[in-house]
Design a protein. Structure first.
Length: 122
């Protein structure tokens, strides 16, 4: 997996979201944090659907790129890194690597989405 300089290292115990990053991005505003997390949730769903239905490599890369940006914005760095892998595979038109990376991305998004209820209550 590619290690992006834009994303900090994810500690194994940090969970799917980097809370310190989210707090920094929202200036500690919990209502704003909840709003951007809800936006991430809907964006993740839309982009995974776009990846599944994309007709060509450019559409796949664009959807992965959009999801990468959304994930970085909320501190979901494992999702962002995996979306970046999908983006690269799409651009390289490597179908086998794309399918494998997409499966990992779906798992990372699922992990993040499972953590959302607790964060949205906070």
């Amino acid at each position: 997996m590619k290690n992006s300089k834009a994303d900090p290292e994810v500690r194994p115990d940090s969970g799917p979201f980097d809370q310190a990053h989210l707090d920094h991005m929202t200036h500690g505003d919990r209502a704003l944090a909840r709003e951007v997390l809800r936006l991430f949730d809907s964006q993740a769903e839309r982009q995974l659907e776009a990846l599944a239905s994309a007709a060509d490599a450019k559409a796949r890369a664009d959807a992965a790129h959009t999801l990468k940006g959304a994930a970085r914005g909320v501190g979901a760095f494992a999702v962002a890194r995996t979306a970046e892998d999908v983006e690269v595979c799409a651009k390289d038109k490597d179908e086998i690597a794309f399918a494998s990376s997409l499966a990992r991305l779906k798992a990372r998004v699922a992990e993040a989405r499972l953590a959302l209820p607790d964060l949205l209550r906070g």
